[in-house]
Design a protein around this ligand. Structure first.
Ligand code: AMP
Length: 593
């Protein structure tokens, strides 16, 4: 396929914010592409070259892309900067400067293909070491020299990671299902293939090559991360037990980092909640698993918690941040050791356990985990009584945990990859009339700071995620809880993600000074949830023409790098929290509520 054609599709996608329209445009695009092109287009459209676990990222610094644009167009630095300030998007700058070139230089060229662009991006991404910067610029220059203005716009946006089409992995799942002619019939199977392969490009390619049969043939593989099963949340023991049919396995909810560990003979690989390969951060975990997981092959999950080496007690999540560095990880591992608490087994020695009920998976874990002080299963207790569940929660909190996760133990309690279902339910400290739980919200906009905060963003516009519509709905403005280093850090994180218009997946009535691509997840606490005429979260679900807002929100200091925007607190959870707040108002004697 010619790249020009893809650029046309991108323009059409950009012109709409409606999910169904986007899906239909993608169907047309996928229909026209060969299987290999479809795979690459899916990856590129999501701003990637490969699935996250491969660890090679597209993403060239803006200043390098500027050098390439200048060398193709002959524009001066001042001119590029002036245009960039005016247009706010380097893609548009490239489009404008290239359109000024003489027409015949372009006519003489062979048209660019998707394959060529992708292959050049691959070379750019793989350049490392000495001379890498020069080579990257050269490669991009070569590409832009062959591009027409519209192509240049998208090449620059793709390579600098600033595409803003508003399509997500789930939009591709919908499109791939529609391509087979029946969304309802095929969506679940296509999603399943994605959840166990974590590779949307591969799934799209399979749909093209062999239809639903090929999709069905996707199997778990050691070394390829599975998208994690997620938990819902409820606020009382009674509701939880009712939802689970009267009984469940309550487990401590540890406050650390989720690790998916793959063991293949002598080799141990560790993947994050977002499917990145983070093996290098945990040399100690690799050693522990080599010694203490008594299996040849396995995919298991645990929570890694920072431990105090002197007392053996659990430390706050932040201590794990020491691992996020390139050098001296061994030293960090020694100073800040971790304990591992295993809670699931997905695959063991040739057997896919995903469709087995939890009690069976847990007994496999018991067989293969050889415990030591810092290595074992999560503390767990089978409960069928509200009082027991509440006292177990109490114990968990006293032992330094965030709360508990109560899990379904019925025959239907499978491992549901990539999904929240009512099979795992979070239960944190009890809700009194105040909001004591934390929320993970997404930055969608920012307001310039004044006075002491001038030069930084003073207030951020935050949103919850709505999986039903795949949108981010505004729920509060937050300006409290930021230390000076946070303001500095957020300034650069936000500046990298500023977009000139409201992103397609953002739903907000409020207009911030700058719109921000919904990618940064922050942990907040608030006092309570109130009805609000200006925030779109839960619009109409509690009162007509009103949404919900967090009152007195504060940043807790915790950046949720481990969560993608789609893992943020959902609109439904906030509506549920609002309702449970109401329930905890104790009626006066004799009063009818
Ligand atoms: P949250 O991040 O608040 O949605 O809570 C779900 C997370 O809790 C999981 O992704 C795990 O990282 C973590 N977790 C801690 N203890 C457990 C447990 N016993 N079972 C499952 N997940 C756990």
């Amino acid at each position: 396929m010619e790249f020009r054609r893809l650029a046309e599709y991108y323009e059409r996608l950009e012109a709409t914010t409606k999910r169904l329209e986007m899906r239909d445009i993608l169907v047309e695009l996928l229909r026209e592409a060969t299987p290999e092109e479809a795979q690459r287009i899916a990856m590129l459209s999501l701003g990637r070259l490969y699935p996250p676990y491969v660890g090679i990222e597209l993403g060239m610094a803006e200043k390098l892309a500027i050098r390439a644009i200048r060398s193709v167009t002959g524009a001066s630095e001042a001119e590029v900067e002036r245009l960039l300030a005016k247009r706010g998007d380097l893609g548009l700058v490239a489009e404008e400067l290239i359109s000024r070139r003489k027409a015949q230089t372009i006519l003489l060229q062979e048209p660019l293909t998707v394959e060529q662009v992708y292959a050049t991006f691959e070379r750019i991404a793989r350049e490392t070491g000495e001379g890498a910067v020069e080579n990257k610029v050269k490669l991009l220059t070569g590409l832009l020299a062959k591009a027409d203005p519209k192509e240049a716009k998208y090449i620059v946006r793709l390579v600098t990671g600033t595409m803003r089409l508003g399509v997500a992995d789930m939009t591709f799942i919908d499109a791939a299902s529609a391509l087979l002619g029946d969304v309802a019939a095929y969506r679940d199977e296509i999603e399943r293939a994605y959840n166990i392969s974590s590779d949307i490009g591969q799934v799209v390619r399979l749909v093209k090559v062999g239809g639903i049969e090929a999709v069905r043939s996707v199997r778990l593989r050691v070394g390829v991360p599975v998208r994690p099963m997620l938990a819902e949340r409820l606020t009382s023991a009674a509701e939880i037990l009712e939802k689970l049919g009267g009984r469940g396995l309550a487990e401590y909810k540890y406050d650390g980092e989720r690790l998916q560990i793959h063991k293949d003979g002598d080799r141990v690989m560790i993947f994050s909640r977002r499917q990145e390969n983070i093996t290098h951060q945990f040399p100690d975990v690799v050693r522990m698993c080599s010694e203490r997981l008594r299996v040849k092959q396995a995919i298991v999950e645990c929570e890694a918690v920072a431990m105090d080496p002197d007392t053996g007690s659990m430390l706050p999540f932040q201590e794990l941040m020491h691992r996020r560095r390139k050098y001296d990880v061994e030293k960090a591992a020694e100073l800040y050791p971790v304990g591992l608490f295993f809670f699931d087994a997905i695959y063991v020695d040739g057997q896919d356990l995903m469709d087995r009920p939890l009690p069976e998976r847990r007994s496999v874990l018991e067989e293969i985990v050889e415990p030591s002080e810092a290595f074992g299963l999560t503390v767990a207790k089978l409960v069928d009584d509200q009082g027991d569940l509440d006292s177990f929660l109490q114990r968990a909190v006293e032992d330094g945990c965030e709360g508990v996760i109560v899990k379904d133990v019925s025959p239907r309690s499978v491992y549901r990859a990539g999904a929240r279902g009512w099979l795992w339910i979070k239960y944190k400290r009890s809700y009194v009339s105040k909001l004591t739980d934390t929320l993970d919200l997404v930055v969608i906009g920012a307001f310039h700071g004044k006075g002491k905060r001038s030069g930084w963003y003073g207030t951020l516009l935050m949103a919850a995620y709505d999986p039903k519509t795949d949108t981010f709905k505004s729920v509060c403005k937050v300006g409290t809880g930021f230390k000076e280093e946070d303001l500095e850090r957020l300034k650069s994180m936000i500046d990298e993600r500023v977009v000139p218009e409201k992103p397609a997946r953002v739903d907000s009535l409020m207009q911030p000074d700058v719109w921000v691509r919904p990618e940064i997840v922050l942990e907040l606490v608030g006092d309570e949830i109130t009805v609000s005429p200006i925030h779109t979260c839960g619009w109409g679900s509690v009162q007509p023409n009103a949404g919900l807002a967090i009152r007195f929100p504060r940043f807790t200091g915790r950046y949720r790098f481990d969560k993608g925007p789609e893992d943020a607190t959902t609109v439904e959870e906030i509506v549920e929290m609002y309702r449970s707040q109401l329930k905890t108002v104790v009626p006066e004697e004799g009063e009818v509520v």
